[in-house]
Design a protein around this ligand. Structure first.
Ligand code: UCC
Ligand code: FAD
Length: 579
């Protein structure tokens, strides 16, 4: 026969080897660590009803919902500003898969669960576990859901008026025909961190609590939402703006379906979160209702932010989990140097390090979720409320940064294919990158942790260490945990001493300080888990690995003078380098 029919490669034969692609299966069943932790945290009488739901949903997020998310990534939103005749139409077009995500969110109760409160203080944890399964398959619909949850929580905490009553019912319903999502517009061109100084939007009183808003919102995620919560300066009779900001509620569209005094300037062209219609908006007489006392907007808005920041963290950890799940499956399919790559100890060690970050942070997320659940059922003590306030920004900043690192490693673990768009892997890294920016950057939330310490006059820090010491005292009784418990007590004392001596320098060191606190607290939760699982070998290994890092470099660094004013001056000279 001719050479062309014998050859392995020819125009009709592209070789015999095709790599089996990495796949995910039921995301609940694929996560024994999650299941075990739910068994620890939720009493059996509740878990028996919760578990079947997580099981069925774990399957959906690996199959049809996952397919929808890929569709959202392929079919990104677009804006038609004008019709053929030059009329301004501001038509925002989102794909059917994105719309379906909204229906799924309603029917699965992704917002409703904690508000229905069927499982007492565990309702919140149940919702967060379910959202954790959903997030990486949601096509970033998890973003509007975060804001929807924050809005529902905020409305719930204020005096109910007729407009907010309807909104609350719609935000928390399971009926897809009634379900609303919410936006959260804070950032303006002058600044998203320093919102108080950066907000130029003006609110003109019409009647009662009805206002018209004029301004420009620089970032609005999920512009297809039904309502929004936003900030503006109330104008007095002399058209002078108030010093402080006020919080407002507004519908996006009026009853006739037209935009409510809003022009969609353009959609942002973004590194990631491409599934999400993030826009710049001109508010040109938007009808809005006052939701806070005049000048108390930032403080009121913070209750919303504290919820959305927890969502940010759950997304971060969920992205890590998904990235690891892909990497694990691939490692059992891909061969190199004569064996499966999972059997190369170095590769398995690399994957193990990713797993450490994901498991450890899940413990802290669940700790926060339990506190939130208690707070919502009025069962949280004063100390627990302080802890919730204090740990939320620490959880947000640490998990966001780790999500970027872990999804990056996860991408590399798939090799060159990890970099290829239609494998569905790159978007995990791209989308993670935003998590440390929105809802407050790393620096801003490190400062927020300091704000919480200051506001409680040091109380939150005292309770924080008291909680750690309590766990360590219990853990010390177990021989395999004794050394780590002693070490944790020792490190905690070091940081307490550091705070006493360096109180004035904490601002420059806020980031390192916050990361250090997070590591210490998470260490105590791993100790707790070890006790609860009767010293399971893999949990002891997690403990060992977690301590195998420089826990509090801000204290242990040889550069003692690192954050002093003198060093700050040198640092500026060093960095600016004559510029
Ligand atoms: O990015 C955004 C949306 C993205 C999409 C949603 C994704 C969700 C996750 C989904 C994942 C897929 S929305 C924009 C987010 N923007 C921010 O987070 C702003 C970041 N900047 C800050 O957080 C700043 O620290 C500010 C704005 C709070 C600082 O403002 P001020 O005016 O300087 O703040 P003050 O004066 O320190 O605080 C004003 C009041 C005080 O209360 P009172 O008046 O009672 O003394 C503070 O104690 O607000 C209170 N406060 C808080 N209370 C401030 N922060 C908090 C807090 N975190 N908790 C409780
Ligand atoms: P700046 O405030 O200018 O900060 C720039 C840098 O300076 C940051 O690194 C910050 O950490 C640092 N910095 C600032 N102040 C200090 C300080 N005192 N000490 C130390 N460091 C400091 N906003 C909304 O309101 N609604 C939305 O729906 C929304 N969606 C978004 C979607 C996307 C995809 C993105 C990327 C952003 C979105 N944002 C949204 C905006 C986001 O919340 C802000 O970008 C963010 O809060 C930072 O504000 P900024 O961009 O003005 O940065």
């Amino acid at each position: 026969s001719s050479i062309s029919t014998l050859a392995t490669f020819s125009h009709s034969q592209r070789g015999n080897f095709f790599q089996n692609e990495p796949k995910i299966s039921n995301q609940y069943e694929e996560d024994p660590f999650l299941k075990e932790q739910l068994e620890i945290d939720i009493p059996k009488e509740y878990l028996k009803d919760i578990e079947p739901d997580l099981h069925q949903f774990g399957n959906k997020v690996a199959t049809n919902i996952y397919e929808l998310s890929l569709e959202c990534e392929r079919n990104v939103p677009r804006l038609e500003s004008f019709d053929a005749w030059g009329n301004r139409i501001d038509k925002l077009i989102v794909c059917d898969a994105w719309k379906e995500m909204k229906n799924i969110s309603a029917t699965e109760g992704l917002i409703a669960i904690p508000y229905e409160n069927k499982f007492s203080i565990y309702s919140r944890l149940y919702q967060i576990a379910k959202l954790y399964l959903f997030a990486p398959s949601s096509g970033l619909f998890s973003c509007p859901l975060a804001m929807t949850d924050g809005a529902a929580r905020t409305i719930q905490s204020i005096v109910v008026q007729s407009f907010t009553k309807e909104a609350y019912e719609r935000l928390t319903t399971r009926d897809p025909l009634k379900f609303w999502t919410s936006g959260q517009w804070m950032t303006e061109r002058k600044g998203g961190s320093d919102v108080s100084a950066g907000t130029e939007t003006e609110a003109y009183l019409q009647s009662d609590d009805n206002y018209k808003l004029y301004g420009f919102k620089w970032f609005s995620s999920a512009t297809d939402s039904d309502m929004t919560v936003t900030l503006a300066r109330v104008m007095d009779e002399n058209s002078q703006p108030s010093k402080d900001l006020t919080m407002f509620f507004a519908r996006i569209r009026r009853n006739d379906g037209k935009l409510n005094g809003i022009e969609i300037q353009r959609l942002k062209n973004k590194l990631g979160t491409r599934q999400l219609p993030t826009a710049e908006l001109l508010l040109d007489g938007m009808d809005a209702f006052r939701m806070s006392e005049i000048g108390k907007g930032v403080s009121r808005m913070s209750s919303m932010l504290n919820v959305t920041r927890i969502h940010n963290s759950l997304n971060a950890i969920a992205f890590m989990r998904r990235s690891i799940n892909f990497a694990r499956d691939f490692a059992t399919k891909r061969k190199a140097f004569g064996k499966l790559i999972i059997d190369h100890d170095l590769h398995c060690y690399t994957l193990g390090n990713m797993e450490v970050e994901c498991r450890a942070s899940l413990l802290t997320l669940f700790y926060v979720a339990k506190l939130l659940g208690k707070m919502e059922c009025n069962q949280a003590s004063k100390e627990e409320l302080e802890m919730l306030r204090f740990i939320t920004p620490l959880l947000k900043i640490y998990t966001a940064k780790q999500s970027i690192a872990v999804t990056s490693e996860g991408l590399e673990a798939i090799g060159g294919q990890g970099y290829i768009e239609d494998t569905g892997i790159p978007n995990l890294l791209r989308d993670s990158q935003v998590l440390s920016i929105w809802e407050g950057t790393t620096n801003i939330l490190s400062l927020d942790a300091l704000r919480s310490i200051k506001k409680s006059q040091g109380g939150s820090l005292k309770i924080f260490f008291k909680t750690i010491f309590k766990t360590c005292e219990q853990a010390k009784k177990y021989e395999p945990l004794k050394q780590k418990s002693d070490l944790l007590i020792d490190l905690s004392k070091k940081i307490i001493q550091f705070v006493e001596v360096n109180e004035n320098e904490l601002v420059t060191g806020a980031r390192e300080f916050s990361f250090g606190l997070y590591r210490l607290f998470t260490a105590s939760l791993i100790l707790e888990r070890c006790m609860k699982t009767n010293l399971k070998d893999t949990d002891l290994y997690l403990l060992e690995k977690w301590f195998n890092q420089d826990m509090i470099p801000i204290v242990t660094s040889s550069e003692k003078d690192f954050f002093s004013t003198k060093t700050s001056e040198l640092n500026k000279k060093f960095f600016m380098n004559g510029h």
